[in-house]
Design a protein around this ligand. Structure first.
Ligand code: T6T
Length: 329
């Protein structure tokens, strides 16, 4: 009720312009609190997203709350979400750690009148505000196009190995929208464009780089002609690259990494990793806060905002323009 009257005041307080766009007149009167719940707190991807979100919060005079779990795990994320709901923020930005397991916990926030925007990952099928879905209640989804990203990774790996040989995907676990879609895009591109590449069975590492490293070595032990690996997120890629190094196969087994922390950039410089597909997490955080603010001040917002990629390889890794796409830690 209280929330409704604040929103109403914000809407009534807008100045209508001839263009149909309205400018919030009371935005400064109320300091909004927006919560950002990452997939986990210690991942350079979400640390960078937090920075972007903070930049927008500072620009708009918003209070940003950053609260998350130490691991990418719905069982740990749900209590964090409950604690955030209890603090009654004006909006929640969240990277749900499972497409299904976060639906009901998020519905509680929705039922309490808290607007929800998902960032990076989605719930349900990611199509929101359609009126037709069980999980279409979030206002917006702001993220990379992960199918496209998977296709880009396949092209990079396909070229790196000369269009033939055995490769596999090092992935986190099923049920995560982003990494599921990257694997899907990767396999589609391989099937359509690289008939002479055999994609072996995906290895799931539970977001643990050590698992990914051991799996690489086990895959190489079973397939001495292994040509390449696609690490579908930061920990998968880092671990797979470490595995290649430990197997003494640096340069022989090609590595394409999703995500671009400093360690992956170092690995590009050393030749261990061929290509990194950098997401733009700061943009996701920035536009997450801007979108929530726009909604809270009576503007309509897009249900989907796609952020881009930057492909980093040896040819541009030293370019100062590229530096801003390397994740913070
Ligand atoms: O790749 C990102 C993110 O997009 C994904 O949803 C989970 O893993 C990362 O955070 C990287 O570790």
């Amino acid at each position: 009720m209280q929330r409704r009257s604040i929103l109403k005041a914000a809407v009534i307080g807008t100045i209508a312009l001839g263009t149909g766009i309205s400018v919030p007149a009371v935005a400064q009167d109320k300091k909004f609190t927006i919560a950002l719940i990452p997939g986990l707190t210690t991942d350079a991807f979400y640390i960078t997203m937090h920075k972007g979100a903070q930049a927008a919060a500072d620009a708009l005079g918003v209070e940003l709350m950053f609260q998350g779990a130490p691991e990418f795990n719905p069982t740990l994320q749900v209590p964090v979400l409950d604690a955030v709901i209890a603090r009654n923020p004006d909006a929640i930005l969240i990277a749900p750690t499972d497409t299904n397991q976060l639906i009901e916990p998020l519905r509680k926030a929705h039922d309490a009148g808290i607007p929800i925007i998902t960032v990076d990952t989605f719930i349900g099928n990611g199509q929101y505000q359609t009126g037709g879905g069980e999980a279409d209640f979030p206002l917006a989804y702001i993220a990379s196009d992960n199918i496209l990203g998977g296709r880009m990774a396949a092209r990079a790996l396909g070229e790196a190995i000369g269009g033939e040989g055995k490769v596999y995907v090092s992935n986190v676990k099923p049920g995560i929208s982003t990494t599921d879609q990257r694997e899907e895009g990767f396999k589609l591109e391989m099937k359509e464009k690289y008939p002479n590449i055999e994609v072996l069975e995906t290895q799931f590492n539970q977001n643990d780089a050590n698992n990914a490293a051991s799996q690489l070595q086990a895959m190489f032990a079973r397939n001495s002609d292994l040509k390449g690996v696609f690490g579908a997120n930061l920990f998968s890629a880092l671990g797979a690259a470490n595995g290649v190094q430990q197997a003494g196969q640096s340069g022989n087994i090609k590595v394409v990494a999703f995500d671009a922390p400093k360690s992956i950039v170092d690995n590009i410089n050393s030749g261990l990793v061929d290509v990194a597909i950098a997401q733009h997490p700061a943009e996701i955080g920035y536009f997450g806060v801007v979108s929530a603010f726009a909604h809270l001040t009576g503007q309509s917002i897009p249900t989907l905002i796609g952020t881009g990629f930057t492909v980093i390889d040896k040819s541009n890794v030293s370019d100062p323009e590229i530096a801003k796409y390397v994740y913070s830690d």
